[in-house]
Each structure stands twice: as structure tokens, then as C-alpha cells.
Design a protein around this ligand. Structure first.
Ligand SMILES: C[S@@+](CC[C@H](N)C(=O)[O-])C[C@H]1O[C@@H](n2cnc3c(N)ncnc32)[C@H](O)[C@@H]1O
Length: 237
């Protein structure tokens, strides 16, 4: 971890996998006891592997190539990969899901129209009494770093390394097929104000029923920062 990362309440990817996501899936998703679950923007699909085996898990991501099926298969989870938005919008998924998760997805969305479209699709596929759970960076601390991802691909990962490029993450690595070729990929995060999130949810027909801030537990090598919670989640219906 970089020097700047040590005291900022930043979680490493391993911490997410070992502590944050298991806590969250047990304390929030598991307690809702869904029969049908959709992880929208599921990434590698890790959250689904933490849920009870008998829950029907549906995974959708705009880039579904990243889903790691091995873990789900190994543990004999009941799961389905939804390949496209067109498939998700089919009649059979109307009012279908008990719980839908958006975990660190809205923070990746640049266009406000796409943001609303995602919520409208979720409204369509969610059961009337189903729940939408949004997990994201805390919106009141928009200028704080919140995470420090390290993947096998990344040689170095800069986050908010200078103010000009705030919220742009840069991953440096090598071409898988030719390790002599260096590669650089950058991503931008969009830390929107809470009012934007609330207003857009309401416009898309949701009611917010709960908000919880997730404190910095100080579980990486960084010093615990009690003054700011790096994450929050919203429960909506
Ligand atoms: C930061 S990752 C989070 C992955 C996973 N939800 C997690 O918590 O580990 C954001 C994910 O959102 C997906 N994503 C971004 N925009 C999307 C969209 N418009 N529709 C569906 N997925 C999207 C990306 O492909 C990526 O896998």
C-alpha cells in the first residue's frame, strides 16, 4: 500500500473480500431473506458466493466477461448469468426479484441518463415489495479516498494522487499476451451528492426506507479514522 493510503481509511481489495462484503451480505442481504436475488453490475460475482446456497442468484454486468463462475459452481450455488440488458428487460423478469443489489456501480456511471435508466430497469424487475440495496462510497465525504484496489493486474494503483485527476484511478500492468508491453488503464469515479441520489431515486419511483453508514473499522494496516465512515448503504422499495 502506498504511503498516502495508510492513514486515509482506505480499504484494500482483500479487506473488501474478507471483511466488508461478508459483513454486508450477512447483515443486510441475508437478513432480507430473498428467494430471488439480482446483483446488478456484479463485477466478478463475488457477493453472490457469500449468500445462502439456496437463494436464486442472478448476475448481470455490462461486462459479463468478468464473472468468475468457478466459485459458484464449486459451492453448488443456484445461479444464472443474465447476458444482456435486453434479456433482463424481458417480460419474465418483470416483478421478479426480491432483492437487487447495486454495489459500487452508480459510482462508475458517468451519464445521468444512464444512472436513471439503471434505476428504471431495476424498478421494472423488482417485486412490488422487493428491495433495492445500494452500497457505495459515503456521499458526504466526496473528497476522501475510499478505496485502494490492488489486483494481480495492477502494478501500481493511484487514487486521487493529484487534485487535477481527482477520482481517476490508474491501473498499470502488462499485456497478458506479451508481458514486455506495458499497459495503463484509467477509470473515473463519480462521487455525487446525496441529494442527487435521493432525488433520482424518488423520480424513478423508489422510496428510501433505511440508510446506514459503515464506519471505518481500521482493519487494514491504516490507522482507524473514527471521524468518517467510508461507505454507506441505502435500502429502498
Ligand atoms: C466497481 S465495480 C463493482 C463490482 C461489484 N458490484 C462489486 O461490488 O465488487 C463496478 C461494476 O459495474 C459495472 N457497470 C458499470 N456500468 C454499468 C451499467 N451501465 N450496467 C451494468 N453494469 C455496469 C462494471 O462493469 C463493473 O463490473
Amino acid at each position: 500500500m502506498s504511503e498516502t493510503g495508510k492513514h486515509q481509511g482506505i480499504f484494500e481489495m482483500e479487506t473488501y473480500k474478507k471483511i466488508v462484503y461478508p459483513n454486508f451480505s450477512r447483515e443486510v442481504l441475508g437478513k432480507l431473506e430473498p428467494k430471488t436475488f439480482l446483483d446488478y453490475g456484479c463485477g466478478d460475482g463475488y457477493m453472490a458466493t457469500l449468500l445462502e446456497k439456496n437463494i436464486e442468484k442472478n448476475l448481470y454486468d455490462i461486462n459479463h466477461g468478468g464473472i468468475k463462475e468457478d466459485e459458484l459452481k464449486k459451492e453448488k450455488h443456484s445461479y444464472r448469468i443474465i447476458d444482456s440488458l435486453t434479456e433482463l428487460k424481458m417480460e419474465k423478469y418483470k416483478n421478479y426479484f426480491d432483492v437487487i443489489l447495486l454495489s459500487f456501480v452508480l459510482i462508475c456511471v458517468q451519464e445521468e441518463e444512464t444512472y436513471s435508466d439503471i434505476l428504471k430497469t431495476i424498478k421494472y424487475v423488482k417485486k412490488e415489495d422487493g428491495k433495492l440495496i445500494i452500497l457505495d462510497c459515503h456521499p458526504c465525504f466526496m473528497k476522501h479516498r475510499y478505496s485502494y484496489f490492488y489486483t494481480a493486474y495492477s502494478e501500481n494503483f493511484e487514487y486521487l494522487s493529484d487534485t487535477e485527476k481527482s477520482f481517476t484511478k490508474i491501473i498499470r500492468g502488462y499485456d497478458k499476451n506479451d508481458p514486455s508491453i506495458k499497459k495503463e488503464v484509467s477509470f473515473r469515479d463519480y462521487h455525487r451528492p446525496l441529494s442527487f441520489t435521493i432525488n433520482t431515486l424518488v423520480e424513478c419511483g423508489f422510496k428510501i426506507i433505511k440508510m446506514k453508514e459503515w464506519p471505518d473499522l481500521g482493519f487494514d494496516i491504516h490507522k482507524k479514522n473514527e471521524l468518517y465512515p467510508p461507505l454507506y448503504h441505502l435500502e429502498c422499495k
